[in-house]
Design a protein around this ligand. Structure first.
Ligand SMILES: NC(=O)c1ccc[n+]([C@@H]2O[C@H](COP(=O)([O-])OP(=O)(O)OC[C@H]3O[C@@H](n4cnc5c(N)ncnc54)[C@H](OP(=O)(O)O)[C@@H]3O)[C@@H](O)[C@H]2O)c1
Length: 294
């Protein structure tokens, strides 16, 4: 990096996942410039630790030019199932490359070359755009986020059922996005992850039957595994997605139903230099929080 305390632009700094990058960067003495769409989110970005806030939009290349001015690094994550996710990612890469940004971390997805899934395929051209720049890029391929379970947690505790719209025997690789955030922050503040493409998974691939057994042990009461149809699950989950986005998510779940989701923890352990956070410890944290508010 050209600076000891680099300035890093964080796309989606107030989002559920990119928001976890901000404190990790601050811990490593980076100055965070948050890219937000809505100026009303400025205070939230500052509370997370951003010392600079810039308003911009991935659909407006000129605003990206202003946002990257003078930064040493960029963290980018594409909004889930956006129809123009590719164009937004490529625009961000091009703006950073033009501005002479040194480091770029792209939070992509595990198995982006599984192009039968549109939300995976949409990330491939963004990765490709990075190869044709002179930036030190690091590409992250995270598995299914454990934070999806945190989002379902209130209903799991209320109803005693953990439901996902694929068989309860399907085994999925998952990752705690806090570990992904730590890897991203290392990549943006040190040299050792430059030019790496990293599959990021916790140990083990667990099915829902195993997960509810962990939940039951940690909560001290029985949680069962539900197997709703996609329609039933989507109606209960009330995700902020339109019909097209829901169709793309349904395809992901069809894939899980047939093949599960394979993943290996080797590269995450190596990148972190410690054991990855486990699904068991993630569930334990959720159960402890529940016990504290009871
Ligand atoms: N969920 C999983 O298990 C999983 C696993 C692997 C990979 N992924 C990938 O991870 C990503 C997660 O996406 P998410 O949307 O759920 O993440 P998120 O952390 O909620 O971030 C999306 C952020 O992007 C910002 N954003 C949206 N449109 C924008 C625009 N036009 N200009 C500037 N910023 C914009 C949003 O800003 P606002 O705050 O203004 O809305 C939000 O802060 C997806 O690419 C998904 O494919 C997900």
């Amino acid at each position: 990096m050209r600076a000891l305390n680099p300035t890093v632009l964080v796309v989606g700094a107030t989002g559920r996942f990119a928001g976890l990058i901000v404190p990790q960067l601050v811990r490593r003495n980076a100055t965070v410039r948050a890219l937000i769409r809505d100026p009303a989110n400025a205070e939230k970005a500052r509370r997370l630790g951003a010392s600079e806030v810039v308003t911009g939009n991935l659909r407006n290349p000129q605003s990206l030019g202003n946002a990257v001015e003078g930064v040493d690094g960029v963290f980018h994550i594409g909004p889930a199932f956006a129809p123009d996710e590719t164009a937004m990612g490529v625009a961000m890469v091009e703006a950073a490359g033009r501005a002479g940004v040194r480091k770029f971390v792209f939070s992509s997805v595990i198995q982006p070359t599984n192009t039968r899934l549109k939300n995976h395929a949409s990330k491939v051209p963004v990765e490709d755009a990075l190869y044709s720049t002179n930036m030190e890029y690091t590409i992250l391929h995270p598995a299914n986020f454990m934070q999806n379970i945190a989002a379902a947690w209130p209903s799991i505790v209320r109803d005693g059922v953990f439901s996902e719209p694929f068989p309860k025997t399907a085994k999925l690789a998952r990752v705690d996005y806090r570990d992904v955030a730590e890897v991203a922050a290392i990549a943006l503040t040190e040299a050792r992850l430059s030019y790496a493409t990293l599959e990021l998974c916790a140990d083990g691939m667990h099915c829902r039957e195993e997960i509810v057994s962990m939940m039951s042990e940690e909560l001290g009461r029985s949680i069962s595994a539900g197997e709703p149809t996609f329609g039933e699950w989507a109606a209960n989950t009330r995700l902020p997605y339109d019909d097209r986005q829901l169709q793309l998510l349904a395809k992901v779940h069809e894939h899980y139903a047939k093949y599960g989701l394979g993943g290996n923890s080797l590269t995450l352990r190596c990148a972190l230099g410690r054991e990855p956070r486990s699904l068991r410890s993630f569930i334990r944290e959720l159960a402890l929080q529940t016990a504290q508010v009871a």
